[in-house]
Design a protein around this ligand. Structure first.
Ligand SMILES: NC(=O)c1ccc[n+]([C@@H]2O[C@H](COP(=O)([O-])OP(=O)(O)OC[C@H]3O[C@@H](n4cnc5c(N)ncnc54)[C@H](O)[C@@H]3O)[C@@H](O)[C@H]2O)c1
Length: 275
């Protein structure tokens, strides 16, 4: 049942959407949102039990499929189900992360991350090129770390820079067919991947203070950005990256002056030594 308060341009009645990584986090929030807006949603995840539980909770118009996004044969099966024009929306959210500085990183870990995040995106976009019909829309989930290089996230960052590049290629190649392709670049979002599994941060307070909005995002806040990009409100938006990062990539914030300090006290501060 779609929300009657939504503008007609946000309603997805009659559209079929595949969401990858839909068992958890941003993918799950997106599957819920697209379903609430009237789409028939297929939840793809390697965690088919998690995807199945969410699909069952959503009820009519939701189903789950086991999908390893790095598995070419699994994508071919899905394409056979929908090609040439049976799919309207593809949101590719599945991804993994691991922290390792270059000196200690292993080639196996590098390949595993690139395989899921970047090869998975190639297969998703190729499937979209074969199965998404005119008027359709594709959103890939890149990252703030695919815009700003980050220590300890070489493999992850390289894969996420690549996600944006591939998505732009798809946007160019599919534009004439009337299929729009965009990326979202979330900053720190409170999901499993941002906890100890992936982005383990030692000083959480300092980390949160480094975000201009001083907090993590919620998966629903990314899902709503994705909902905009797949809906008709974004009818002339293709080949772009939408940052959903609380302002982090906008620039650097300078430290605030202590508001209780008098001008004289400020003038008394020692001048930092320049080297
Ligand atoms: N959470 C953040 O802070 C953040 C920030 C920027 C980008 N992202 C990106 O958002 C996307 C979603 O992450 P999330 O935060 O929701 O994490 P999450 O761990 O909650 O969800 C990821 C989902 O992907 C699934 N998955 C993992 N490998 C898979 C595979 N090979 N095939 C199919 N499914 C697979 C997992 O089972 C899980 O359900 C990822 O691409 C991630 O890189 C997350």
């Amino acid at each position: 049942m779609t929300d009657a308060r939504l503008p007609a341009t946000a309603v997805l009645d009659g559209r079929t959407a595949l969401v990858t990584g839909a068992a958890s986090g941003i993918g799950a929030a997106t599957a819920r949102l697209l379903h609430a807006r009237g789409a028939t949603v297929v939840l793809g995840d390697i965690d088919v039990d998690g995807a199945g539980a969410l699909a069952a909770a959503l009820g009519d118009g939701a189903s789950a499929v086991r999908l390893d996004v790095a598995d070419e044969a699994a994508w071919d099966q899905l394409v056979a189900r929908w090609a040439p024009d049976g799919l309207d929306v593809l949101v590719h959210s599945a991804g993994i992360a691991q922290r390792a500085e270059l000196a200690s990183a292993t080639l196996d870990d590098f390949r595993r991350i690139v395989d899921v995040n970047l090869v998975g995106t190639f297969l998703a976009l190729r499937a979209a090129a074969r199965a998404v019909g005119r008027g359709g829309a594709v959103v890939t989930v890149s990252s703030l770390r695919g815009v700003l290089a980050t220590t300890g996230l070489g493999a992850y960052g390289a894969s996420k820079f690549g996600v944006r590049a591939l998505t732009r290629v798809a946007a160019l190649e599919l534009a004439e067919r009337g299929v729009r392709c965009n990326s979202v670049c979330p900053g720190s979002i409170a999901t499993d991947i941002s906890s100890s599994k992936g982005f383990d941060v030692v000083d959480v307070d300092a980390y949160l203070r480094s975000i201009p909005m001083q907090r993590q995002g919620h998966p629903d806040e990314v899902a709503r950005a994705i909902g905009f990009l797949v809906g008709d409100d974004a009818s002339y938006v293709t080949g772009t990256d939408l940052l959903v990062d609380g302002g982090t990539a906008a620039g650097r914030t300078t430290p605030r002056l202590d508001r209780d300090e008098t001008p004289d006290q400020r003038a008394d501060r020692p001048t930092p030594t320049m080297r």
